[in-house]
Design a protein around this ligand. Structure first.
Ligand code: THU
Length: 155
């Protein structure tokens, strides 16, 4: 593993962990933070935002993608960190099992990655403690045979 990868990984996980603290999750009591790393070194974060109409809740990854795209980003996505855990007091705690992006978020992340033809590394982390396992996968492994804009064009 190169020094860049180690540095990028820890910084991105730290950014996702900080974002999770700002989650609005009074219904599930499960906070998630997501951090997106771009090729220019920029990091964009998001947290889950729930709603009294439960089904309208927004996942952390989708919020991060929306923030990035609303800021003009199109592609260049090289890394993703997701940190999640139960709300404990004013912070995030609970189990140490790595939190993987839900199916909808995999598709949303894939749209942004596809705009730059990248296959970002995804670091999935539990919020139980700072020593929790980190699951490392490529987005293509989380969403094989993905649907994309190419399917909308007549062949
Ligand atoms: N959640 C995310 O933010 N990202 C995921 O990939 C999985 C689930 C949120 C949605 C909901 O607010 C809470 O976690 C419990 O499902």
């Amino acid at each position: 593993m190169t020094e860049f990868e180690v540095t990028g990984r820890e910084a991105l996980i730290a950014a996702a962990r900080a974002a999770a603290v700002l989650a609005y999750a009074p219904y599930s009591m499960f906070s998630v933070g997501a951090a997106l790393l771009f090729a220019d070194g920029g990091i964009v974060t998001g947290a889950n935002v729930e709603n009294a109409s439960y089904g309208l809740s927004l996942c952390a990854e989708a919020v991060a993608v929306a923030v990035a795209m609303a800021a003009g980003r199109r592609g260049g996505l090289v890394g993703i960190a997701v940190v999640g855990g139960a709300v404990v007091g004013g912070g995030v705690g609970g189990g140490a099992a790595p939190v993987t992006p839900c199916g909808r978020c995999r598709q949303v992340l894939s749209e942004l990655a596809g705009l730059g033809s990248s296959d970002p590394v995804v670091w999935c982390v539990g919020a139980g403690d700072r020593g929790s396992e980190v699951l490392e996968l490529r987005l293509s492994a989380l969403l094989p045979h993905s649907f994309g804009p190419g399917h909308l064009s007549p062949s």
